[in-house]
Ligand binder design. Sequence first.
Ligand code: PLP
Length: 240
Amino acid sequence: MKHIMVIAGSDSSGGAGLTRDIAVATELGCAVRPVITNVTAQTDLAVHNIHSVPPSVVEAQIETALDHHLPDAIKIGMLGTPDIAASTAAALRGIDIPIVLDPVLKSSSGSALAETSQVNSMLSQATLVTPNLAEAAALTNSALATAEDEITLQASVLLQMGVRSVLIKGGHGVGSESVDHLVYEFGHRRFSSKRLSKGRRGTGCALSTAIACNLAMGFGLATACENAKAFVHMWIAAPQ
Ligand code: PLP
């Protein structure tokens, strides 16, 4: 069985964060090594409280999990504080395993979960960074992209900032198709699916974890992104 390490926050509503990550990985047949960065108390409507795990404890969770048996891929979600970002970066330095970084900045309810600077400090360590349109705008300090040339410009700014590959997700955009843009060493790939009229909490968590599972299973980056998008599309469309 393939193993992924998930470095993320818990969400007491069960919609996003580690609960979502574990559910997705389990469905895809991967085992999870969970590393908890933050404990959040939230509902679908608001984040009420965030307790950040001491950075040394985050680092210890990562180091002991790595000592035990190297995972096949790593997904990083909510970091939450600069010190947790720094400890995570230190604990992962020199590790040659695919790392998918979901730059979690806000909950859907609008509460801040991290600052761009914390994510910036980890950008160059990730194999793939998966911002949505708002996160790509925040990370590149630009306005929300609405046209494809603006999306590709933001992707190239992220590459200049040290990102190796970026998937800018169109799920929060407009139009009948939801298009994700992968910009990586082999160029630019677009993955499109019909835009669904409903959304779900935790879609960003689900997608990045599904990509990490696909990378763990040995798929290349583009196929991993394509498979993960199809998986998340079916999950959103399924009756709840
Ligand atoms: N809470 C935690 C702990 C998360 O990790 C995330 C996303 O990664 C969210 C909330 C945001 O999820 P949503 O956009 O569904 O609110």
